[in-house]
Ligand binder design. Structure first.
Ligand code: ADP
Ligand code: MG
Length: 693
């Protein structure tokens, strides 16, 4: 067993290292920038750069990179050596303050959604000192933001930082109403990450997994998740070894990996870190996803982060646990008597109103080709945004809105009735697994995120819309004469106006869809429809007002999201065409050929032998194979005339391409069930889901 406190963060230029390597004044100045958001003092750059470089060299680094997050859900890096010639054939290892602070990568090959002209290639990366640098595989990684020559943001981090500034600014105004002066209001995030592990050898044999991350074909295995034996089940040895290796790797990078367990579907697992400030949670989640894949490879495994790698069993999501804190306390902690906690009640009302008003944005920010298979698919949350409050808080809200009687919940002690077993306190909120946005004690859990996506976008939206609700509240209340009364009235008014978004029951049932429609809630089932919300004036204005996006940036981002959606589905469609034509069709033909040969031989030898089943199989396979190929021809035609406009292309993708792909898959999966396993051209669901021992 390793000494974990000793290895924790050993690859990170963290506070401990900074304190021991930086001159005192430099350390103090940098800390001020990190903690209170003060503008960085440029005169300390050289000193910090030099200390960082010396530390990185001691860790075996030869290069440094500005690490950034373009609009692809992935991270980007370009490595430069520390090496510098000093004349006389000698070199030194150097990192200047300027190279630490700005970089100039070519921006032309990153998505910009038309916010940057193609000939204006120049982009800048700028150091984000609030997220610590680290050494990985011989390179010093410096977290940065990414902007264009004209100042438009081209990444996920710059808007995230801006949204954190917005919530800090407006949050402080709310706290001030209650006489609380604080240096900073922070949002905290703990993202739970789901994933699948399969054998790398099987993965490599499937073109669909390699090119698209999910299976485009595959009949269900005889066993799926119905026995409910995988969730929290005993870890298989190879999986346990992988998880131990992953934990140790993550700890060295300072990631607070805490919880690991098997998930509902076979071969599905989860990792949850301890929450931290949003910016760091986003960066470390990106790093976690990258390291999950790398560590899996070391164990002969492949980690699938796709939202729906397999049809018929649960897909993977990410739960974004989100809260607000300021020095020393969690603003979303309701305390003993929430009904008397007017700060909590006001903040709660603001959040509920924001979620209701901007439900379109919340739905849109989690929309992607992969997540379309989950949301509304009878698993994970439905595609309708609603808020779950639980019995206690829900009871208080109902009493204010509907005038129902509310009896305070006394802390209850539970016991199972066996004297030896301990007495446990019963939580005041039960769990509701079906809600997309659930209050879970002292935080909200936004459960609609896709497993492969960056958690930046949902947090940009959450921070911005809540900041906006805070702004409206503060504008109104700051001038109130009787503040206490005004706060109470305002809270009740907000709760009444937005109560339709509160739903405390089963979100999976068909009744909820009908009820949600009656309440006028949105129910967008695919990315094309969901993202159309982002072009609405009120959904752009909120970003502009809070200084998070300009109008151009907001529109550009929505366009990129639609482009990504169309491109992803088109790659899937082309992969499908390729596999159907060059792998499945020939395999089934060969098998049918063998069946025909056998049948002919049988008939020639004993004309009286029963041949009904043989003939039926031959006929069914032949018909399905023909049908599959003709559907493939139709898909090719559909793909050849995609509209240029992003919104039209996305609609066509959702309403024409996706259904056509489902049709092709239907024929192939039917054939798979009839075809001898040895003829099937790639590993099937049994191999993939039950192959890791
Ligand atoms: P569950 O699966 O029951 O939701 P987990 O323990 O797997 O619970 O995950 C809960 C997550 O919520 C963890 O990442 C935890 O750190 C995070 N969390 C707890 N408190 C807060 C908070 N105040 N702000 C943000 N995240 C939080
Ligand atoms: Mg959870």
């Amino acid at each position: 067993m390793k000494n974990i406190p000793a290895i924790f963060g050993e690859n990170v230029f963290n506070d401990v290292v900074m304190r021991s390597t930086l001159p005192r004044e430099v350390y103090k100045s940098l800390r001020k920038t990190i903690d209170a958001g003060e503008t960085i003092d440029m005169s300390i750059a050289d000193s910090v750069a030099n200390a960082m470089k010396d530390w990185a060299l001691s860790k075996g680094a030869t290069h440094y990179t500005h690490w950034f997050q373009p609009l692809t859900n992935l991270t980007a890096e370009k490595h430069d050596g520390f090496i510098e010639p000093v004349g006389g054939d000698a070199v030194i290892m150097q990192l200047t303050g300027k190279s630490l602070i700005v970089g100039e990568p070519d921006a032309s090959s990153f998505p910009s959604g038309g916010s940057r002209a193609t000939d204006a290639a120049r982009g800048y990366t700028a150091w984000d000192p609030t997220s610590p640098a680290f050494v990985k595989e011989g390179t010093l990684y410096i977290p940065t933001i990414f902007v264009s020559y004209t100042g438009e943001t081209l990444d996920k981090k710059a808007p995230l930082l801006k949204s954190m500034t917005a919530i800090d600014r407006e949050g402080k105004r709310i706290l001030k109403l209650f006489g609380i002066d604080c240096a900073k209001v922070n949002t905290t995030v703990g993202p739970e990450q789901e994933y699948f592990l399969i054998d790398a050898k099987d993965y490599e044999k499937r073109e669909d997994l390699v090119l698209t991350g999910r299976t485009l074909f595959g009949a269900p295995a005889p066993r799926g998740q119905e026995l409910e034996d995988h969730y929290f089940g005993v870890l298989k040895p190879r999986v346990a070894e992988f998880m131990a290796d992953l934990d140790e790797t993550l700890w060295k990078y300072g990631v607070l990996s805490k919880t690991k367990h098997n998930e509902v579907a076979p071969a599905q697992h989860e990792l949850a870190p301890i929450f931290t400030t949003t910016n760091i949670a986003v960066d470390t989640n990106q790093l976690t996803m990258e390291l999950m894949k790398k560590v899996a490879a070391r164990h002969g495994l492949t980690c699938l982060l796709h939202e729906k790698p397999f049809v018929g069993i649960n897909g993977s999501g990410k739960h974004n646990n989100w809260s607000l804190s300021t020095a020393g306390f969690n603003i979303l902690d309701p305390g003993e008597n929430p009904e008397d906690n007017s700060l909590f009640m006001l903040v709660l009302a603001c959040i509920i109103s924001a979620v209701d008003k901007y439900q379109g944005l919340l739905r849109a920010c989690v929309a992607s080709a992969g997540n379309d298979h989950r949301l509304g698919g009878g698993e994970a949350p439905p595609a309708i945004i609603s808020v779950y409050l639980g019995d206690e808080i829900g009871g208080i809200v109902d009493s204010l809105v509907l005038g129902k009687n509310y009896t305070p919940h006394k802390a209850v002690k539970g016991s199972i009735g066996v004297p030896e077993s301990p007495i446990f306190p019963i939580d005041s909120t039960d769990r509701n697994r079906t809600s997309p946005f659930a209050f879970t004690g002292n935080k909200f859990e936004f459960r609609m995120l896709g497993s492969s996506a960056s958690v930046a976008d949902p947090n940009v939206v959450l921070n911005t819309i809540v900041a906006e609700a805070f702004r409206e509240a503060a504008d109104k209340l700051e001038t109130a004469e009787n503040l206490e009364k005004a706060i109470k009235t305002y809270t009740e008014k907000l709760l009444k106006a937005h109560h339709r978004i509160v739903f405390n029951y089963n979100g999976y049932g068909p009744e909820w869809e009908a009820e949600a429609e009656r309440r006028g809630l949105l129910n967008h089932k695919n990315t094309a429809d969901a993202v159309s919300e982002c072009f609405k004036k009120e959904n752009i204005d909120v970003f502009v007002r809070q200084g998070v996006y300009t109008k151009n940036e907001a529109v550009a981002r929505a366009k990129i999201q639609l482009e990504n959606y169309v491109k992803t589905v088109c790659v899937e469609a082309r992969t499908m065409i390729d596999m159907a034509t060059r792998q499945i069709y020939p395999a089934v033909s060969a098998y049918v050929g063998t069946l025909c040969d056998t049948l002919a031989k049988k008939k020639a030898l004993f004309s009286s032998l029963p041949c009904t089943a043989d003939e039926k199989t031959i006929r069914t396979l032949s018909v399905a194979n023909e049908n599959m190929l003709s559907a493939v021809e139709n898909l090719k035609a559909d793909l050849s005339n995609m509209p240029k406009n992003e919104q039209e292309a996305a609609r066509r993708t959702a309403h024409v391409i996706v259904p056509r792909m489902r049709e092709i898959r239907g024929f192939a999966d039917e054939m798979e069930k009839l075809c001898a396993k040895e003829y099937w051209p790639f590993p099937d669901y049994y191999d993939l889901l039950f192959g890791v021992k």
